[in-house]
Design a protein. Structure first.
Length: 148
């Protein structure tokens, strides 16, 4: 790797909200790894979740595949009740990790006092994590999904 490319990577890292970055390259005659890490105070937040990024043909992630998972949003329970991921026990879940959702899409059902209440997406995005387990009691304000 040339000095200019390394300098560019360092500058991008400084300007990003990332707390840690590890970059590896291998060529026919040599290989190396660059590891950059900010302390929690410099990063401005707790460390982000480490999620895999699919490589492109050359072994490096394509720029469009790199996501800043520090920017995900929580979808919280609007009430106390039983969390259901699907409309019936035999049916597929409303959403799965990696699925794109549109504003107004049903994400789950919460049963409260024998009433079924749909929880819908308030914005477009991609489901990063399902945080509640099907058939379990959820509290008001409990994180149900993480959306990017």
């Amino acid at each position: 790797m040339d000095k200019k490319k390394l300098t560019e990577i360092i500058e991008i890292f400084k300007e990003s909200g990332l707390g840690r970055l590890e970059w590896s390259e291998t060529s026919a005659d040599k290989s190396f790894t660059v590891k950059l890490e900010k302390n929690a105070a410099a990063a401005g937040a707790a460390p982000a979740a480490v999620l895999p990024v699919p490589p492109q043909a050359g072994g490096q992630p394509a720029p469009e595949d790199i996501k800043d998972y520090n920017k995900y949003r929580d979808i919280k329970s609007p009430m106390v009740g039983i969390f259901y991921a699907s409309p019936s026990p035999e049916a597929e879940p409303f959403v799965k990790v990696g699925q794109k959702v549109k504003k107004g899409d049903t994400l789950c059902i919460i049963e409260a006092m024998k009433l079924m209440n749909d929880v819908v997406a308030e914005e477009d995005g991609e489901i990063v994590e399902v945080c509640a387990e099907n058939g379990t009691l959820v509290e008001f304000g409990q994180v149900l999904f993480k959306i990017f």
